[in-house]
Design a protein around this ligand. Structure first.
Ligand code: ATP
Ligand code: MG
Length: 388
């Protein structure tokens, strides 16, 4: 009888010929997350991934595994031979542990048998093991409708017996859907947007714009903290920091005041595109949300998007703010997001920002700007930080 951790895969199981590719990516991500926990072995057995050798770091391992995309459940199990006596012993051991924690309980045994050559069918195994439990343990009763405890037995090459199923985050393994550059502000939305695309398998790095010294060092630190919180799910990521101040000044001096927000957003996209061309990002990602503020009307989004020639993913486009806040709380970025530091967009905030910009007028205003020079200068001073 050995203690192992079982990992149930989510959508990966629906992948046909590509399944191996997704599984191997997931295994890479698991190995990265478990670094520093000691020696262990990882193996696949009929649809699940198992880890043996982490008995002494089980809680930490489970904690980390439940934050890896591509996994739906993580369970600490006892692995035994498929001999019925061994399965009974493991089941009794696990239930006794539970009773110590929770007192008198009702239970149900659930068996699945992926080895169809096994001499007993699943309900028979459940019945026999259930009987053995009733014989050996006093304070328990069977309840097949709403048991307090479900005991699971998976019969494969080995048998796996477990009770706890810790829910993980689903999605697809990071790295199976290309690389994205997340425009990360200090707000509530953009960290959630990054999380959502990472959950669909996109590897993420971040791009942040500040207006130092008009925005403070602490505002910058807040964004780095958000990136760190995001990296719990994404793994190590880079943050590119760009000072937008000279661009904002140029816009302020040369263009109509009410176009400030739209014009600076177009610069953000262009700078994102330039970095993406150098470093090979497949898309830009933003926390834009239809109708939330002036720069996010459908007209504004159209005009902002026309600045570049690459895919912009906006996973929050159709969510209500209350739902975005719920997600931010769930992924634990909310508390950092609401820290009161200024964003670069607030520096030259127009009194009445345009809500229905016309592309023609925006292009006209941009004629007075040396766009390429401004972008080159901004990129020259970019700072890149690696978040572990
Ligand atoms: P957030 O909560 O993400 O700040 P928001 O509701 O404040 O979003 P806007 O300020 O209009 O909305 O920004 C829309 C999107 O533009 C952001 O979600 C982000 O992706 C990008 N963005 C805005 N400001 C910055 C910035 N200073 N650096 C990087 N990206 C930014
Ligand atoms: Mg913002």
């Amino acid at each position: 009888m050995d203690k192992v951790i079982s990992i149930s895969l989510g959508e990966i199981v629906l992948k046909g010929l590509n399944r191996k590719y997704f599984e191997n990516k997931l295994i890479d991500n698991i190995k990265r997350a478990l670094k520093g926990l000691g020696d262990y072995k990882i193996y696949k057995e009929q649809g699940k991934i198992y880890i043996e050798g982490l008995e002494n770091a089980e809680q930490t391992a489970i904690n980390r595994l439940t934050k890896i995309f591509g996994i739906i459940y993580v369970s600490p199990c006892i692995r035994t031979s498929t001999d019925l006596e061994d399965i009974k012993k493991a089941s009794i051991t696990l239930l006794n542990e539970k009773i110590k924690e929770e007192g008198i309980i009702t239970f149900k045994v659930n068996t699945t048998r992926s080895d169809k050559r096994y001499p007993l069918i699943s309900p028979e195994v459940s019945r026999i093991v259930g009987g053995a439990i009733l014989d050996k343990i006093d304070n328990v009763k069977v309840d097949v409708i709403s048991p307090k405890i479900n005991l699971y037995i998976d019969i494969k090459e080995n048998a796996y017996v477990y009770i706890d199923k810790f829910k993980s985050r689903g999605g697809l393994p990071i790295g199976t859907n290309g690389k994205g550059l997340l425009l990360l502000s200090g707000g509530i939305d953009s960290p959630v947007a990054g999380y959502m695309m990472a959950k669909r398998g996109v590897e993420i790095d971040c791009l942040h714009f500040h207006s130092y010294p008009f925005t403070s060092q602490r505002a910058e630190e807040k964004v780095l903290k958000l990136a760190e919180e995001l990296s719990i799910y994404t793994g190590p990521l880079k943050v590119y920091s760009i000072n937008l101040l000279n661009i904002q000044k140029a816009i302020n001096e040369n263009c109509p005041e009410d176009q400030m927000t739209i014009l600076s957003r177009r610069f953000m996209m262009r700078i994102g595109e330039r970095i993406a061309q150098d470093i090979k990002y497949d898309c830009l990602i933003t926390g834009e949300n239809l109708g939330q503020v002036a720069s996010q009307t459908i007209e504004s989004i159209n005009v902002i998007e026309k600045a570049v020639n690459m895919t912009i993913l906006r996973p929050l486009i159709g969510f209500d703010k209350t739902d975005i806040v719920k997600m931010a709380i769930d992924i634990e970025t909310y508390e950092t997001s609401i820290l009161p530091f200024e964003d670069c967009c607030t520096v030259f905030l127009p009194k009445h920002p345009l809500t229905r910009p016309k592309l023609k007028e925006i292009l006209k205003a941009e004629e007075s700007l040396e766009i390429e020079n401004l972008i080159d200068d901004a990129l020259k001073n970019k700072i890149v930080r690696q978040i572990k």
